[in-house]
Write a new protein. Structure first.
Ligand SMILES: [Mn+2]
Ligand SMILES: [Mn+2]
Ligand SMILES: [Zn+2]
Ligand SMILES: [Zn+2]
Lengths: 146, 146
DNA sequence: CATCTAATTGAAAAAATTTTTCATTTGGAG
DNA sequence: CTCCAAATGAAAAATTTTTTCAATTAGATG
């Protein structure tokens, strides 16, 4: 299924129209690997839809957020940005505390931890972010050479 | 250790002063169970420090965020708010995706997951943040009643 | 395809939020 | 206590977000 079909499906369910502006904004967000700020979304989407106004960006983001198509997330630098809900799903990375390099990993074996938290807190856990911090192989090597 | 000592420790390390305004804002955030918006922080902190100006709230939040004392989270209404990150030194929390309530938990059983990442990535892991997202008991109850 | 209509749009204005500037005050070192 | 860099509040400026409104458009209907 094309990305635009995902958009159309959600919009038509809510009696909303599939417009040029919405297509452009959706393509922008759905094709990005990182959360995008509102000015970033405006700039990129405008290339696909030159008449696009900033007001429409605000309105479209509100519509898409309500429709569950996008989510507001924290970016690496601490500010906020929008990502497609699909991409927002989970984040697993390990960062070197010395050189700050970030490496993604596949997360396995969390079941017991999550079940323990569910029992203690009564929450029903749906997803998680796990950030690990440590020393990467190359920094480890350097520190051993000293 | 008192809450104000935690604040003082971080501030003095960075050659920053422990002022009335900072104490009031810190107490406000560190004693709250939910993320607080900027106007909420202003209103509550002003009770402890009546001369407090909004400008100082903005400046203090920037300082505290940089110092790692507080973090931005999503509030109930979808906007963003600040929560204390220091009292929860290990940063293990679960947040309700509906009402945005944050609950800390003791993190157990992560050894296997961490060992697997160490083997795959070559990193030597020292610490971690685990953020879980799900539905809290009271929101679960409400959704079942519908 | 042409017609119709409610939804959507962009521009301008208004409102709200955030940052900058600057004179005054204050924490804390000496 | 004295001193001074850091911090503060008020006002102004800048920026971001929302509202208003007339014009345009998607898409349903015939
Ligand atoms: Mn990641
Ligand atoms: Mn926490
Ligand atoms: Zn490294
Ligand atoms: Zn809840």
């Amino acid at each position: 299924m094309e990305r635009v079909d995902v958009l159309n499906e959600r919009l038509s369910k809510a009696n909303l129209k599939l417009t040029k502006a919405r297509k452009a904004i959706w393509e922008t967000i759905a094709s990005a690997a990182e959360p995008l700020s509102i000015p970033q979304i405006m700039n990129r989407a405008k290339k696909m839809c030159p008449s696009l106004g900033l007001v429409t960006v605000y309105r479209t983001l509100a519509v898409m957020e309500k429709a569950g198509l996008i989510k507001l997330f924290q970016t690496k630098d601490g500010s906020m940005g929008y990502v497609s809900s699909v991409l927002a799903a989970e984040s697993h990375h390990v960062q070197c505390i010395i050189c700050k390099k970030v490496v993604e990993f596949e997360c396995t074996g969390m079941e017991d931890t999550i079940r323990a938290v569910e029992e203690k807190t009564g929450f029903c856990i749906e997803r998680h972010n796990l950030e690990l911090f440590g020393i990467c192989p190359s920094c480890m090597k350097k520190s051993l050479q000293k």
